[in-house]
Design a protein around this ligand. Sequence first.
Ligand code: ADP
Length: 163
Amino acid sequence: MNRALYPGSFDPMTLGHLDIIKRASLMFDELIVAVLNNSEKTALFSVDERVKILTEATKDMKNVRVDSFSGLTVDYCLQNNLHIMIRGLRAVTDFEYELQIAQTNRKISDNKVDTVFLTTDLQYSYLSSSTVKEIARYGGDVSHSVPDYVEAALKEKFKGIRS
Ligand code: ADP
């Protein structure tokens, strides 16, 4: 069976992430979307909240499973017998960073984990979780960037922060 992992922070998941999930799910028999519990980064949404959002977003995609993990992504891959990692590329700036990570992951997994890059759909190339959070914090419209349940969750998070 052809399986792949799409790892990320997904804080929160955007329509850009969802587009990559949909496209990758058509390429593999099983796609595991896993939220990285990264103690280095301060997240707005808890890991459970991020998993819930991804589960809701992928509920109609029968070959997609949502999970979370801590530690090295290659360790998660090897423990779960996964050898392909999916990453999304928006611009040249993503490429430099992602290339280095992909090469490092290949090296430290003893060439057992490879990365496949999907280029963003142009309509989402400007989109990042950080800008979505920034816009939502100040009451801006994020309806074109995230599903409605994520927009509602963002409103709830920032309720009372302004005023
Ligand atoms: P990270 O895993 O680096 O903390 P994210 O959770 O934001 O970052 O992103 C996970 C993956 O999704 C990364 O490969 C990132 O490049 C990709 N990605 C993020 N936003 C988009 C987008 N708008 N279009 C396509 N890919 C994206």
